[in-house]
Design a protein around this ligand. Structure first.
Ligand SMILES: Cc1cc2nc3c(=O)[nH]c(=O)nc-3n(C[C@H](O)[C@H](O)[C@H](O)COP(=O)(O)O)c2cc1C
Length: 207
């Protein structure tokens, strides 16, 4: 089963936060590239800003990213809390790859000058644009049998990541999607999610 054969409905329903991931992928790197490029091309953005930027790191490059985060956290986290953080870092490092989601402020600034009435809204819409890309890729990877979890270690690694991969420093890092083939039984072991009644959360009129 893959992107082409899983229904949109099933991919949405099956997507979960999976932390127990392996250094394997269910798809080729070529397929991964295709999926990411399609998302960047087709996911909408506010006023068609096309402000989303993604950086895909796999294998050694993924390890390098989590080494950067771990080193920075080591300097910040008190010794008594380190073990918990170390284990989390080990979990992320143990995955196949990470997608870094950035927003480029340049197109946002251009839109703010062009549409001054909405100037104060564009930064928020830029966050929405990033979130749309995050959800699309999280769900698209799910449809390929990959597991993923979403992290927010920005802005800690921003500078070092910019130096390491020659990423413009102006790009603003929003989130990190860690992914890989789920460890044996990881998906099955997930607890059912507590859910507020959907009737309270979705209202319908005139149906
Ligand atoms: C906007 C957003 C931010 C999130 N941030 C984090 C995060 O920083 N770390 C983390 O482990 N999970 C994060 N999550 C995952 C949520 O905790 C998770 O999606 C939620 O509990 C529902 O569980 P599920 O993903 O298994 O459906 C985030 C999810 C969303 C949508």
């Amino acid at each position: 089963m893959g992107y082409e054969s899983v229904s949109f409905k099933d991919a949405i329903a099956n997507r979960r936060s999976i932390y127990s991931l392996t250094k394997k992928s269910t798809i080729s790197d070529g397929k991964l590239k295709e999926i990411v490029e399609q998302a960047v091309k087709d996911v909408p953005s506010a006023f068609n800003s096309q402000s989303a930027r993604v950086v895909v790191l796999v294998k050694e490059e993924h390890d390098k990213f989590w080494d950067i985060v771990t080193a920075i956290l080591k300097a910040h986290v008190p010794e008594s809390k380190w073990e918990h953080t170390r284990q989390r870092m080990e979990g992320f490092s143990g995955a196949y790859g990470t997608i870094l989601f950035y927003e480029d402020p340049e197109p946002i600034k251009t839109l703010q000058s062009k549409f001054p009435n909405y100037a104060d809204k564009f930064p928020q819409w830029s966050e929405h644009t990033s979130a749309m890309h995050q959800f699309t890729l999280w769900t698209a990877l799910e449809a390929e049998g990959l597991g993923a979890n979403l992290q927010h270690y920005n802005p800690l690694p921003d500078q070092k990541a910019a130096d390491t991969w020659n990423i413009p420093l102006e790009w603003s890092l929003k989130a990190q999607l860690v992914f890989g083939e789920p460890a044996e039984g990881a998906r099955e072991k997930l607890a059912d999610k507590a859910s507020e009644p959907v009737e309270k959360r979705a209202l319908f009129f005139g149906l």
